[in-house]
Write a protein of this length. Structure first.
Length: 151
């Protein structure tokens, strides 16, 4: 079955809007999870979670490095500096979207792990770092109009 490029659901603008919704949902989920964790932990302190905190710290560094490597190999190499003139090839859009979602998912996983460490009695630092990290990465990876040939 052939894809009709003139169909509105196949336009670059529609694909960009879909990606914005997907990317925004990831940090929103982390933020809501952090709010629930905070509510559960109010007034409660439990035993040492130092090993979990250390695992979280190492995992976070590794995940961020992997996210930037994936960004460089799957996304940045395929983007012209000034953006695309007209609609980019569907394969390029697919690679762009896949790379961005993988980057966000890597960061989201460690952000959620930081919140779990907090729920289990660790300090507030992993949870706050996770929420700040996921929102920072979202703003860094926010789909630019030029990536979709839009001006």
């Amino acid at each position: 079955m052939a894809v009709d490029p003139s169909h509105p659901s196949n336009s670059a603008a529609t694909k960009r809007q879909s990606l914005i919704l997907i990317l925004t949902s990831l940090p929103l989920g982390v933020s809501l999870f952090a709010a629930i964790a905070y509510a559960l932990r109010l007034g409660e302190r439990s035993s040492s979670t130092a090993p979990l905190t250390e695992i979280w710290a190492v995992g976070t560094v590794v995940s961020l490095l992997l996210a930037f490597i994936i960004w460089g190999r799957l996304v940045r190499l395929h983007l012209p500096a000034a953006g695309f003139e007209g609609d980019p090839e569907p394969a390029t859009l697919n690679q762009l979207q896949t790379g961005l979602i993988i980057c966000m998912a890597l960061v989201e996983g460690m952000a959620l792990f930081g919140i779990i460490v907090y729920i289990l009695g660790g300090g507030l630092l992993p949870a706050v770092t996770g929420v700040v990290m996921i929102w920072t990465v979202l703003f860094l990876l926010w789909p630019r109009r030029g990536w979709y040939g839009l001006r």
